[in-house]
Design a protein around this ligand. Structure first.
Ligand SMILES: [Zn+2]
Ligand SMILES: [Zn+2]
Length: 135
């Protein structure tokens, strides 16, 4: 039998009422093109295909998230380094300066991670598109 999409021979069938011969790959392509999980021939739902929503971030959101992540890492490393220096110079005048720097680096990391979480949770910045697959 022929696949009704590409007209090559196939033994695979559509899991709908008419059970038309079709390659699974061809069927998925036609479902994706129409954004519908019903059969083009009998118009009945195809049983073994599911639709899964996938969130897609736009490019600038990805870039921004990357910048935030590197800010967080740098700030955390800096605060650790400053803490180590402060412990080293415990009896020096710079001790408190180093502690303040350490605290502000840690604060920056916290702010950046909070902002990053907001950015990733903001649904207006993401698009949802449907992915179809066989179950
Ligand atoms: Zn085919
Ligand atoms: Zn059908």
């Amino acid at each position: 039998m022929q696949c009704f999409v590409c007209h090559e021979p196939t033994t695979e069938r559509c899991a709908c009422v008419c059970k038309a011969h079709v390659h699974k790959a061809c069927l998925l392509l036609s479902i994706e093109a129409r954004q519908k999980t019903d059969c083009t021939i009998c118009k009945q739902p195809i049983q073994n295909v599911t639709q899964r929503p996938v969130r897609v971030f736009s490019r600038w959101v990805c870039v921004f998230a990357l910048v935030l992540v590197s800010t967080i890492i740098t700030a955390l490393l800096a605060s650790l380094l400053l803490l180590a220096l402060a412990v080293d110079d415990r009896h020096d005048d710079v001790f408190y300066d180093l502690l303040v720097c350490c605290a502000s680096s840690a604060g920056l990391a916290t702010c950046a991670s909070g902002f990053l979480r907001k950015l990733l949770e903001d649904h207006s910045l993401t698009k949802t598109h449907a992915v179809y697959e066989f179950v």
